[in-house]
Ligand binder design. Structure first.
Ligand code: PLP
Length: 240
């Protein structure tokens, strides 16, 4: 179309690059699913933290419908800039209790790791007459630097969560240690899968297993991941 408006070169080059990376990642997701996998469907969550709204737009243009952010304030700015974009917003980072009111506006909160946070989220949902979908964050490896509940505490925690009617416990989220050996990654991811089973055993309709990042998503899928959270591999390295 010769008479169409000129496109903005920088923006479109970035969007093209993201679209290309999304295609490559989808191929790798499909291959991992074919090699292993547990019959699950895999959702690609594009982690746009530190990048601007244009990263969300580029991901959406490439067919990605799920976006992950780890800081509430940063996410709120992007959501305000893109009010009508039909994507699901995932809060993947640690949630402070004083941010519960904002947190419950996300489509899925991945970082539920304490009873006090469950109480705060529950109060916020009640105040807003809404429900909130949450994942129990599990620290399978026991790394001190990671947030999350020890795996052994998940059954009792899941049992306690039944009292919070407006929180819908959809499954489990975990982060593997950075740069771990494959055997360790498999142990962590299989451990998280067992925790999701514990959550189901407590009576929750929990079908989500959020695990796998840019460096380990294929192993995570082989171990049953339903949601992989990918930033660097789609958008390049983050600053800071
Ligand atoms: C940043 C982040 C990711 C994405 O990490 P990449 O290695 O850039 O893919 C995934 N999950 C959580 C919780 C994160 O904070």
């Amino acid at each position: 179309m010769s008479d169409s408006l000129p496109t903005i070169p920088v923006a479109s080059a970035f969007a093209d690059e993201v679209a290309q990376r999304v295609r490559e990642v989808r191929d790798r997701i499909a291959a991992a699913h074919a090699r292993g996998g547990h019959g699950q469907e895999v959702t690609l969550v594009a982690v746009t933290k530190t990048h601007g709204p244009e990263a969300v737009l580029a991901a959406h243009a490439a067919g990605v419908l799920d976006v992950g952010e780890n800081r509430i304030q940063e996410a709120e700015q992007k959501r305000a800039a893109l009010p009508d974009l039909p994507v699901r917003w995932h809060l993947i980072g640690h949630v402070q209790r004083n941010k519960a009111k904002s947190a419950v506006s996300f489509d899925l909160v991945h970082g539920l790791d304490s009873l006090r946070l469950a109480e705060a989220l529950h109060d916020a949902t009640q105040a807003a007459s809404r429900t909130c979908d949450v994942l129990v964050q599990v620290n399978v490896s026991g790394e001190a630097s990671k947030f999350g509940l020890p795996a052994a505490e998940v059954p009792a925690f899941a049992e306690q969560l039944r009292a919070f009617h407006s929180l819908r416990v959809r499954g489990v989220m975990t982060m593997a240690p950075f740069d771990a050996e494959e055997a360790m990654l498999r142990r962590v991811f299989a451990g998280a899968r067992a925790c999701a089973q514990d959550v189901r055993a407590a009576g929750h309709a929990a079908d989500v297993l959020s695990m796998g990042m840019s460096g380990d998503f294929e192993i995570a899928i082989e171990e049953g991941a339903t949601h992989v959270r990918l930033g660097t591999i789609l958008f390049g390295a983050r600053e800071g």
